[in-house]
Design a protein around this ligand. Structure first.
Ligand code: FE2
Length: 122
């Protein structure tokens, strides 16, 4: 029995050797490796390393961003008019030396996928 793509968050079978389907869904976080406390920085999330279609019948519905266990934002995407990419302006207080940015996305056909990037806060 095949597990449903809509049961939980999907993980690639082999993270070092993604299939084309995984490349189109596993999001990529672009952010500085090191940021300065109190200074704004940009976090760009794109879906994925291979572009995903944004057609009426098949598209990325939303992108969520977390910093550690804190929910930061949800970007709702509209097919046809948008691409599967979002840039968020963030600031970190410096209360923690590192933080893990986590992006979760959902495709209306292929379910939820996630990725993480650790950044250092000086
Ligand atoms: Fe998809």
């Amino acid at each position: 029995m095949t597990e449903s793509l809509f049961c939980g968050v999907n993980d690639p079978a082999d993270a070092s050797n993604l299939t084309d389907m995984e490349k189109k869904h596993v999001p990529v976080i672009e952010a500085p490796d090191t940021v300065t406390a109190g200074e704004a920085f940009e976090v760009t999330i794109k879906v994925g390393s291979m572009p995903h279609v944004m057609e009426e019948a098949h598209h990325i519905q939303w992108i969520d961003l977390y910093s550690g266990s804190n929910f930061i934002t949800k970007v709702i995407l509209t097919p046809v008019f948008m691409i599967a990419k979002a840039t968020i302006n963030m600031v970190k207080s410096g209360a923690h030396e590192t933080t893990t940015l986590r992006a979760v996305i959902r495709c209306n056909v292929h379910g939820m996928w996630e990725c993480e990037k650790v950044i250092t806060v000086k």
